[in-house]
Design a protein around this ligand. Structure first.
Ligand code: B12
Ligand code: SF4
Length: 494
């Protein structure tokens, strides 16, 4: 899980198979301190979306190096290779691009890192797609057919979302993911935090909504019991979320999504989410220090009110996966202990920790550059698991050790036990799931390599879904102040 598959020597001079496109999600090393499970939770929506926009006279194939099935295929030699590039796997993407170009393929690079560092990506590609690939991909393929391929293609994200064709999930190896239904309903976010990729220079991503019917049709067509919404913030527009919940309820699926904590402003909306099948939310708390949130320009309720709001999710049986960023300018060496203590006191079912990472092109990157605090530009290490800048009140080593300590503490037997649900009936399921998810990386490795992820997880998901249907019935019979407890299996969020 930490070393990319070795590429065999390139075999140039073979004929390319015309109108054959290969889409690749490159390998990235996994942090062994966190769970490997999250990496096979869902497939890349970028590539299925682009596949959906592929003209019918093109054959399209998908390869995800993170599924541990060896190096990507070069037989037959693809006419076009499309690679998605994030900064953490940019180096690997460029290596793959070189390898395919040596064999006569046309290589197109797209994705977030291409948007923030286009000149860098151009050195490795025949063409780059800056921005929305769904608009650009058909035009790129047409230009390749006509021999008029340009070097750069650009599109912003302002086109109405409802014009996008549905993602093509039929290209996916269904057995390799916990669910193939990674779905998006909204694009953008009402916030623009200084450290977030949404603040990248040149990224024009206004808030966009898809028709509820479009979203529910897509979910029904994929036929999975569990759906993961990969929206930056599904709760940005509460009226839309309410309408979406109404559309999701009859599907009788379970789902999870990322939301900001202000979704709890109206507890009746949280109740609607539970009734529609929401079993878990991923919440970016970011920090328990208000100064850090103000510096980041995050519009959010005060950290002092977080506990009350977490309890609202729990009241309706929704698990909370809290995301915390460590190393902000108001953080001192006690931040690690204080954060973990808070996670335990509030019985968060799961948490993810991230070392503050200045993504290139963001205000945070510019600030640290101005202050001379960027330590290096080795993008491989910009994965939120490595320190790449000089923190204000501690050394990089202290931050690195503190981050590792947070995970070892969170995944320890004691912490898992302290965060158990208050309802004793829910404890066995919680423990089984916690151990499977958090302390079984060897097992995950086997499941992934032997393509058993779906076989092992689907029965558990189905069980969770049925339990959740019963929970919804109980919830319906209660008044709005009623309470159900978290008794689910499925981990929350991504
Ligand atoms: C799902 C997800 C994951 C899943 C990945 C599942 C998978 N198998 O892909 C998991 C949970 C594993 C994951 C892990 C991590 N993630 Co993540 N993840 C996301 C998330 C929520 C959705 C990505 C997505 O599918 N977007 C929807 C697609 C349609 O958008 P898109 O990728 O931008 O693609 C469009 C264009 O860019 C372009 N395009 C993209 N590729 C290509 C290729 C071609 C050929 C073309 C023509 C066009 C094109 O066209 C697409 C359609 O318009 C995003 C946040 C977000 N909402 O986007 C974060 C995000 C991508 N993740 C991020 C991070 C930091 C991580 C981690 C490093 C965090 C951690 N410490 O664990 C890890 C490690 C992964 C890694 N090394 O990259 C950051 C990346 C920041 C950056 N600047 O690169 C994001 C943006 C979150 C954030 N707010 O900071 N992640
Ligand atoms: S709330 Fe989350 S998704 Fe929205 S801008 Fe801030 S970090 Fe990004």
């Amino acid at each position: 899980m930490v070393v990319a598959p070795v590429l065999p020597p390139a075999r140039p001079g073979r004929p390319v198979r015309t109108h054959h496109a290969l889409l690749i999600n490159p390998f990235y090393p996994k942090d062994p301190r966190a769970s490997y499970g999250k990496h096979v939770l869902t497939p890349s929506l970028a590539l299925t979306s682009i596949a959906g926009a592929t003209p019918p006279n093109w054959e399209v194939r998908y390869w995800d190096e993170n599924l541990l099935q060896g190096p990507p295929p070069a037989d037959p030699v693809p006419h076009v290779v499309g690679i998605t590039v994030h900064l953490t796997f940019a180096r690997r993407a460029y290596q793959l691009a070189d390898w395919y170009r040596q064999q006569g393929c046309r290589v197109v690079l797209g994705g977030l890192h291409v948007l923030s560092c286009p000149e860098e990506a151009l050195q490795y590609a025949d063409a780059i797609a800056i921005g929305d690939g769904v608009q650009l991909w058909p035009q790129i393929l047409r230009d390749i057919e006509q021999g008029t391929l340009q070097r750069r293609y650009e599109a912003d994200f302002s086109r109405p979302y409802s014009l996008d064709p549905p993602p093509r999930r039929s290209i996916l190896p269904r057995e390799s993911f916990l669910t193939t239904s990674s779905v998006i309903a909204t694009r953008g976010c009402h916030n623009r935090c200084g450290f977030c990729y949404l603040s990248t220079d040149g990224l024009h991503m206004p808030y966009r909504l898809r028709e509820v019917q479009q979203v529910t049709d897509e979910i029904a067509a994929d036929g999975q019991p569990y759906v993961v919404f990969i929206d930056n913030n599904l709760g940005s527009r509460p009226t839309y979320l309410r309408a979406l919940c109404e559309g999701l309820t009859p599907l009788e699926i379970i789902w999870s999504a990322a939301v900001t904590i202000d979704v709890t402003d109206d507890p009746s909306l949280v109740r609607e989410m539970a009734l529609a099948g929401c079993t878990g939310v991923f919440v970016g708390f970011e920090s328990l220090n208000g100064g850090n949130l103000t510096d980041s320009r995050k519009r959010t309720p005060a950290p002092e009110d977080y506990s009350r709001r977490v309890a609202i999710f729990h009241r309706y049986g929704i698990q909370v996966n809290g995301s915390f960023v460590l190393g902000f300018d108001h953080d001192r060496p006690d931040v690690f202990e204080r954060t973990v203590e808070w996670v335990e006191a509030n019985r968060l079912e799961c948490a993810t920790f991230h070392i503050l990472t200045p993504y290139p092109g963001t205000p945070l990157f510019r600030q640290f550059e101005r202050e001379g605090r960027i330590l290096h530009r080795d993008w491989d290490k910009y994965d939120t698991a490595h320190v790449v800048f000089q923190p204000k009140h501690m050394s990089p080593e202290e931050l690195d050790r503190g981050y590792a300590w947070c995970y070892s503490k969170l995944f320890s037997h004691g912490s898992i036990w302290r965060r158990r649900p208050t309802d004793n009936r829910a404890v066995p399921a919680y423990l089984a799931m916690s151990y499977l998810y958090k302390r079984s990386n060897r097992f995950w490795h086997l499941l992934i390599r032997h393509r058993q992820t779906a076989n092992v997880w689907r029965p558990l998901i189905e069980l969770s879904r049925r339990r959740h249907l019963r929970l919804r019935k109980r919830l319906l019979t209660m008044d709005a102040g009623g309470e159900v407890r978290a008794t689910q299996f499925v981990r929350s969020g991504v």
